[in-house]
Design a protein around this ligand. Structure first.
Ligand SMILES: [Zn+2]
Length: 334
């Protein structure tokens, strides 16, 4: 058993309480490799932002569970080396599917886990979430539950249509499970293809495709039922069109990838939404930079020469999100 405290990590408890009070959201960036991790830590330190390093079950298998633990520990030490004496870094399991997966993460140094029972019947979701909470809280590990189903594809998680969270269930769910935060479904979705062009309208001023509005009324109703309770938004990449265009210009074949407008997320961050998950935008930033190098410098074969620019591009994106979308900058003392 490795406690996250030995690794210098923190859980989400205080971080979320401050974020809800302060009207901002903590970035939860998915990662599975060194360059992503370097970019996340550098941007968090440069902006003095707390940060959640988020790993799906598939990403954990990809990176290797043991290596990942040391990478998280390394992230804390790297942040200190970059000049942040007291970094606030969470290692969080994204979409834990079973009690065993969550337990394995808690036992190997995660400070926070999500148990996603949202696809289960309501009572089964409660029982599973409760079981994970009972185990996690013994070790001061925080737990995110989910009510409502998001559309889209993310690693092992996929659903064709979304089902909005039912605000009538949230008090019962939070009370009976004892979870520390709750992921809700208000129309965001997983992956880079969140909406089809047919679902969108065209903004006459910018020519941009605007997706159907998020169900802010559901968010508001949830907030009224559970005042001050930390709410989480999944599937919140914005799918920057300049990255999509770069990818396609240099040989990619992304078709009408459409995300959540950043101004909507900024609005959500001011509410009880205190954690916003961003994964696809990092994938796009990385792929765009790599493709550009491959086309412009076809003789290049040193991975540092294309992963380096990929890292720089991701760092730029993370920094932009922290400052302009989540508002989590300047929250650390370092
Ligand atoms: Zn998710």
């Amino acid at each position: 058993m490795i406690s996250y405290k030995e690794l210098g990590l923190v859980n989400t408890k205080e971080m979320f309480a401050k974020a809800v009070k302060g009207g901002y959201a903590i970035p939860a960036f998915n990662f599975n490799n060194m360059e992503q991790l370097q970019a996340i830590v550098k941007s968090a330190v440069a902006t003095k932002s707390p940060v959640i390093l988020q790993v799906s079950k598939g990403a954990r298998q990809y990176a290797n569970a043991t290596l990942l633990r040391y990478m998280a520990q390394g992230a804390v030490e790297y942040a200190k080396e970059l000049g942040c004496e007291k970094p606030e870094i969470v290692l969080h399991l994204d979409h834990g599917d079973t009690f065993e997966t969550c337990k394995s993460c808690i036992d190997s140094g995660f400070s926070s886990v999500m148990i996603d029972g949202s696809h289960l019947p309501y009572e089964e979701n409660i029982a599973l979430t409760r079981k994970v909470v009972e185990y996690a809280h013994q070790f001061d590990v925080t737990v995110e539950g989910e009510l409502g189903v998001l559309a889209g594809v993310e690693d092992e998680v996929s659903a064709e249509h979304h089902t909005y969270t039912n605000p009538e269930e949230v008090i019962d769910f939070a009370t009976r499970t004892g979870c520390d935060s709750l992921a809700i479904s208000i129309g965001t979705s997983h992956g880079a293809y969140k909406f089809t062009p047919e679902q969108c309208t065209i903004d006459p001023q910018t020519g941009r495709m605007v997706p159907p509005p998020l169900a802010f009324d559901v968010l508001k109703a949830v907030e009224e039922k559970l005042p001050g309770f930390p709410i989480v938004l999944h599937g919140s990449s914005s799918v920057p069109q300049e990255e999509v265009e770069t990818i396609n210009k240099y040989g990619g074949a992304l078709k009408a990838a459409i995300g959540i407008p950043e101004e909507w997320l900024r609005e959500a961050a001011k509410s009880a939404v205190c954690k916003i998950n961003i994964d696809s935008d990092s994938r796009l930033a990385m792929t765009a930079a790599v493709r550009k190098v491959f086309v412009e410098k076809p003789a290049e074969f040193d991975p540092r020469k294309y992963l380096g620019p990929a890292r720089d591009n991701m760092e730029k994106m993370y920094t932009h999100k922290i400052i302009n979308v989540l508002g989590s900058d300047n929250k650390l003392e370092c």
